[in-house]
Design a protein. Sequence first.
Length: 371
Amino acid sequence: MPEKSYKYAAGSRGLLYPFVEISKCIDCKLCDSACPIENKIESKMFDRKAYVLRAKDVEIVSTSTSGGFVTPLGVWILNQGGVICGATYNEEYKVIHKISRGAEEFRGSKYVQSDLGDCFSEIKKHLMQETKVCFIGTPCQVYGLKSYLRKEYDNLVTVDFVCHGTPSPKLWKKYLDEQKDKYHSEIDDIVFRNKTYGYHSGTMRIRFKNQFVYYGSARVDPMLKSFFAEISSRPSCYQCHFKLVERCSDFTIYDCWHANNLVEGLVDDDKGFTNLIVQSSKGERILDRIADRYELYATNLEKAIELDGTMICHSAEPHPRRDEYYLNLDKETLRAHIQKFVPIKIRDYLIEKSKGIFYRMGVYKFLKNKK
């Protein structure tokens, strides 16, 4: 079947789908045996533990989406001669997975379907050479990697993050092209959830090479608005097969919005914490070795899921007009297009502008706490 290969091609709406090159197919069925949906990996029996944490390094926390779990883990892997594979940007700011001997580029969320390229085969080469590998990705990507490998490797460390969905790379490119046209400059840096007004008010930040810096929250930014309105993700994301507490990864991470409710006496200073589930004995051993790099607090797993982990077991509900959204996307600007589906209102722009004014006046944090 064309859906069951490792080679990728752009689907009809700019989403990535696997396909078979018929001319090269020898009907070996390996693609069937490596499909994580058709060959479910059973999670191992393990007494899973939950933590609230953040990195002790202030710079890591300030430039991470939440508490900065991945960077200290990545540095530990690199210090042992290992490599990291995670989502980053290429020169055109396309979201891709790549293998690297650096940790910083994998910091921060990227709300776009990433192109895995040939990462799985390259990871296997590293593993067979006994190189330690840390793979970071969505649950389906972690399951996909393990199905592809077909055996456990002690030198493979896997981290999945609780996923909301994966919008189309085509949508992301259109968004970036329009931003570059509007601000008459190429892009120098992108952060999907910058802590402009604190962790609880993340904003898209784009720094351009002409020194202009754009900020926009999900209230007014068309890319974030599309994502959080559940209108732009891959169809399979709305019926995800990997929505389970027990996963085949070593670690599961997700946002921590209720740190002060999960850890008695802990003050939420709006700098960001991460919820962590340790999924394996390997993960438990590793966390024990790197625990001194974090502020680390044990918490109740069920309570953490109840307060912050709705998306662990539940797929996003698609917007009722989701199937229409990608139609005619090329015929008008993204900002004009989104007005037909999830309109950005004048009130939204006024609230967004007032946030900046109140923040500069030093009263924004006070107003947030009054909500």
